[in-house]
Design a protein around this ligand. Structure first.
Ligand code: MF3
Ligand code: CO
Ligand code: CO
Length: 262
């Protein structure tokens, strides 16, 4: 138990898996259009992951059956792909993919916006992305895990949004969910001290309204905002390095690469 510090070979493997997970999110982007069902999107994701020699980590995970979670509008996370759920103009949705490649896990999600999305909805999506970026900035050796959530919540609250408590980021790499738990709302200077070789996700869920969520009784997975308000989420897998952080699921060089790796 405890937090696993990954060695060079493990990091190499996790980086490959993370790259594939991120490439899957690139692949699906042009397919996210009005009229398509979330089951159709999931099918393309499942096929792409397998065609690239990996297994979708979510298939068979605690009884979950699909290669992705697709969470639209008021769905906070764990949206279950369905033929009955059709993407509509004006929707915002999160697509979350976790891959197992050569035994190594990579986990990432992004928001997609369909057609004409109102400015205030775009604002929520942008603030959620900024929350992820703020969390990533807190990742460096010697800092405490709690400061990720402390800074995320400080910013989200200042922008008038709430932060979901019930679902957290997590250690990842050799298994799907490892220690530590990465809360997106935490007290300053709490939690484990970050060390080079730690790999975990940051995946803040930000709500327009109240922070509370409820899980649909029909499928036991789909988590919605309790008040029906919109929710947005972005997720990266990160590696704490000797001089900072490497965002392992960043395939577009959006974040600077550290000079020294783990
Ligand atoms: N990928 C999600 C995460 O970021 C977990 C999905 S678990 C599932 O942790 F079973 F709902 F797919
Ligand atoms: Co995750
Ligand atoms: Co995920």
């Amino acid at each position: 138990m405890g937090i696993i510090l990954k060695n060079k070979d493990q990091i190499e493997g996790i980086r490959e898996s993370c790259t594939l997970a991120a490439e899957t999110l690139d692949m699906i982007a042009p397919h996210v259009v009005a009229g398509v069902s979330t089951a159709q999107l999931n099918k393309l994701i499942d096929q792409y992951v397998r065609d690239n020699g990996a297994i979708p980590a979510t298939v068979g995970y605690r009884g979950y059956k699909y290669a992705s979670c697709i969470s639209i509008n008021d769905v906070v996370c764990h949206g279950v792909p369905s033929e009955q759920v059709l993407i509509q103009d004006g929707d915002i949705l999160n697509i979350d993919v976790t891959t197992i490649l050569d035994g190594f896990y990579g986990d990432t999600s992004r928001m997609y916006q369909v057609g004409a999305v109102p400015a205030e909805t775009k604002m929520l999506v942008d603030v959620a992305k900024k929350c992820l970026d703020i969390g990533i900035k807190q990742c460096y050796p010697g800092n405490r895990i709690g400061n990720i959530g402390y800074e995320i919540a400080r910013y989200a609250h200042a922008m008038g949004y709430s932060v979901v408590h019930e679902f957290c980021g997590h250690g990842v790499g050799l298994r799907f969910h490892e220690e530590p738990e990465v809360s997106h709302i935490a007290d300053k200077d709490t939690g484990a001290v970050m060390r080079p070789g730690m790999v975990f996700t940051i995946e803040p869920m930000i709500n327009q309204g109240k922070p509370r969520t409820k899980v649909d009784r029909a499928d036991g997975w789909t988590a919605r905002t309790i008040d029906g308000s919109l929710s947005a989420q972005w997720e990266h897998t990160v590696l704490v390095t000797r001089d900072g952080v490497e965002v392992l699921t960043d395939i577009h060089q959006e974040y600077p690469k550290p000079l020294v790796l783990a």
